[in-house]
Design a protein around this ligand. Structure first.
Ligand SMILES: [Zn+2]
Length: 114
């Protein structure tokens, strides 16, 4: 999962969807989805849609907090279930500072940073 760096957004500036996507390196569709999911826009209703940097920062901070999954010992983050899962026995291997394996629930990829 790529973490979005909200530090790149200035709180006192307003952004269009296009500017925001360029600044954060995300797709314009992603920005539109954020708006649909509750990212505040500047009222006025006219295009282009504008968002305040401070609202964007708030939204991204809350989004990250919601996404945080606490892993127990021996648990992994499943990229398919998007939750903490145990690995299938014998599936764990190390790769460049991470442990990878297979999810016990869905057989999807799971990983954990060591
Ligand atoms: Zn899974």
């Amino acid at each position: 999962m790529t973490r979005i760096n909200s530090q790149k957004v200035y709180g006192h500036m307003s952004y269009t969807v296009k500017e925001l996507s360029a600044e954060l390196g995300v797709d314009e569709k992603t920005c539109s989805r954020w708006i649909a999911n509750g990212l505040k826009t500047i009222p006025g209703g006219k295009k282009p849609i504008l968002m305040m940097g401070s609202d964007i920062k708030d939204f991204l901070r809350k989004k990250d907090a919601k996404k945080k999954v606490i892993l127990n010992r021996n648990q992994f983050y499943c990229l398919t279930c998007k939750a903490a899962r145990y690995a299938r026995r014998g599936s764990i291997r190390e790769l460049g500072g991470r442990k990878l394996g297979t999810c016990r629930v869905c057989n999807g990829k799971i990983c954990r940073t060591i």
